[in-house]
Design a protein around this ligand. Structure first.
Ligand SMILES: Cc1cc2nc3c(=O)[nH]c(=O)nc-3n(C[C@H](O)[C@H](O)[C@H](O)COP(=O)(O)OP(=O)(O)OC[C@H]3O[C@@H](n4cnc5c(N)ncnc54)[C@H](O)[C@@H]3O)c2cc1C
Length: 550
């Protein structure tokens, strides 16, 4: 029962509920945009449990933009696992390998993707990644309230212009209300916020796992190998062994059936037996650090928004771990949403811009869930019983990481129609509206940067070397609309180190590309238009949901 004498804790622009990867990322991206935000997390501390171990290249690009790329790479697990790659199968770790995951769609985490991205995979486990993000959020001034649980949300305030959240301090029992302009629900797969909004979360359960975190020196059985994961199939165990430091810290994902094996049966003693069986070392004495149940499911919320409330991360979608897309998809949600909230709160975008969050992230998330499911089902072939080729709908890893495209009110419709591809994925985006602005190596003021480093807090107009008319137009449009807009000339103040600007962005020396703060191409003009200023103004108005203005 809620107390009737609640005090108001704070009024904020954005309240973030949940201090997992998605919530912490949201807080960091919002704070980078200068948005006043408060994060509440019901646990007294971050979970610290390793869970996901990989941050994929697009998510690492976003971590780079958050200023924490090097910090993540310096974390213990990221340093120690920096050279690991490959997935193998075996009867046990000590036994001979039975096979390797060697499919065309798999791109090795160590593959050189320097032409595609300024960064690459980081094999940093989730507990350490959350620590980095927490530190960054604190340095940016985000108020983080642990041990604080959201009880309910009310959007019925005067003229529906705010959200009232009721929270409880779990240490003292005190209940407070927080008034916010928007609320971001990053409260995980069982999101109470999503349920209170009545948003369906349909899908399928693919399996049940117990995630055992243990310590045991398996250096001898690892035998100098450096795989990412070893699927283990024997009479006692079906699961996957994953190194966390290549010597004595490991995860064992165990498949279990909750119908026949209650969770309580996974006592430390039984977990130790299963670790011994997976390692193939009968005399091993592992220290069991924790054992957490985990349901592998595939679900996408039927809407990522309910009024002033937005769902991000597992609250919006869950997927099996195959492919390592889960947590990285949540980080991308957070990044897509943060600049939009900031632009609306600062008044330079119409609230209509916020509609594009669901329009963009839901289809791409659903397609990512589908890819994770296809991979998960494909892994069955690893135990050697199936000889069928991989499912034809599985697209290459690199496409899932980098080559989605959005179709929404915040990007212009594609000028040349759909290129060849598969659903939301295409290898031929080449700077088309709705796709990620391609990586381009540039020289700026004597230092090498990526084109991606130019994007962040405001829209950017990238032009070729002949950009006088674009500069004039940008100055005028920025002033008329009261919108910050940066202009960079590739071939003038920026040197195109590989001479790839026209090819990668699909424009001539007279053309221009408008890139959103989240590094997504909003619009492009292949050549010089007749009315540069009007053309640019229309593109900006569309991007910001302001097309009704004139
Ligand atoms: C054991 C385990 C193993 C996993 N392994 C993998 C893997 O190998 N690969 C992979 O990609 N993914 C894996 N996942 C999934 C991955 O961890 C998730 O995708 C990721 O954690 C999602 O982050 P999130 O921030 O959206 O949600 P969560 O990490 O679930 O965070 C939600 C947070 O919200 C808080 N919260 C909930 N309700 C409230 C409330 N009312 N008030 C305040 N706070 C609240 C919770 O305490 C929690 O801290 C695994 C998950 C688990 C549990």
């Amino acid at each position: 029962m809620l107390s009737t004498t609640r005090s108001t804790l704070r009024n904020v622009d954005v309240l973030v509920v949940g201090g997992g990867l998605a919530g912490l990322s949201t807080a960091v991206f919002l704070a980078q945009q200068g948005v006043d935000c408060l994060l509440v997390e019901r646990q007294p501390e971050l979970s610290g449990h390793p869970r996901a171990r990989g941050v994929h290249p697009r998510a690492m690009e976003l971590m780079r933009s958050a200023g924490v790329e090097q910090e993540i790479r310096a974390m213990p697990s990221a340093r120690l696992l920096a050279g690991n790659s490959g997935v193998v199968t075996a009867g046990s770790l000590a036994g001979p390998e039975l096979g390797t995951l060697d499919e065309k769609y798999v791109m090795d985490v160590q593959a050189d993707i320097g032409l595609l991205s300024p960064t690459g995979w980081a094999l940093c486990h989730q507990g350490e990644l959350e620590d980095v993000l927490r530190g960054r959020a604190e340095r940016l001034g985000v108020a983080l309230r642990f041990n604080t649980e959201l009880l309910s949300v009310d959007q019925e305030g005067p003229e529906g212009e705010e959200v009232t959240a009721y929270v409880r301090d779990r240490a003292t029992g005190a209940e407070r209300e927080i008034k916010a302009r928007y609320l971001v629900a990053a409260d995980g797969a069982h999101s109470g916020v999503r349920q209170s909004l009545g948003i369906p979360f349909d899908g399928e359960v693919l399996g049940h796992y117990v995630n055992v975190h243990f310590r045991a020196d398996l250096t001898e059985q690892f035998a100098g190998r450096r795989f990412l994961m070893c699927y283990v199939f024997n009479e006692q165990v079906r699961g996957a062994l994953m190194p966390l430091n290549n010597t004595d810290e490991w995860l064992l994902h165990l498949v279990y059936d909750p119908e026949s094996e209650p969770l309580e049966s996974f006592t430390p003693q039984r977990c130790a037996d299963l670790v011994r069986a997976a390692a193939g070392v009968p005399g091993l004495a592992p220290e069991i650090l924790s054992a957490s149940p985990w349901e592998s499911a595939a679900r996408t919320a039927s809407s990522f928004r309910g009024g002033r409330v937005f769902l991000v991360g597992d609250a919006a979608h869950v997927m099996p771990p195959s492919g390592g897309f889960g947590s990285s998809t949540g980080i991308q949600d957070a990044h897509n949403l943060a600049w939009k909230l900031s632009a609306v709160i600062d008044g330079w975008a119409d609230p209509a811009l916020l509609d594009s969050y669901d329009e963009e992230r839901r289809p791409v998330s659903a397609a990512t869930v589908e890819q994770a499911v296809l991979r998960s089902k494909d892994r069955v072939r690893l135990d050697g019983r199936e000889q069928e080729p991989a499912h034809p709908d599985i697209v290459e890893d690199a496409l899932v990481w980098l080559s989605w495209r959005y179709s929404s009110s915040a990007v212009t419709p594609w000028d040349e129609g759909m290129p060849a591809g598969h659903g939301v994925w295409s290898a031929q985006n080449h700077g088309r509206p709705g796709s990620r602005a391609p990586h381009l190596r540039l020289l700026k003021g004597g230092s090498e940067i990526s084109a991606l480093d130019l994007f962040g807090d405001r829209p950017v107009l990238l032009t070729g070397p002949v950009n006088g008319p674009w500069l004039d137009a940008a100055r005028a449009v920025s002033h008329e609309l009261g919108v910050p807009l940066a202009v960079y000339g590739v071939g003038s103040e920026l040197t195109d180190l590989d001479d790839r600007w026209p090819e990668l962005y699909g424009v001539t020396a007279q053309g221009a590309v408008l890139v959103r703060p989240d590094g997504v191409v909003a619009w492009r003009c292949g050549d010089a238009p007749v009315f540069t200023r009007n053309t640019l103004r229309s593109a900006m108005e569309r991007l910001l949901g302001r097309h009704e203005e004139r």
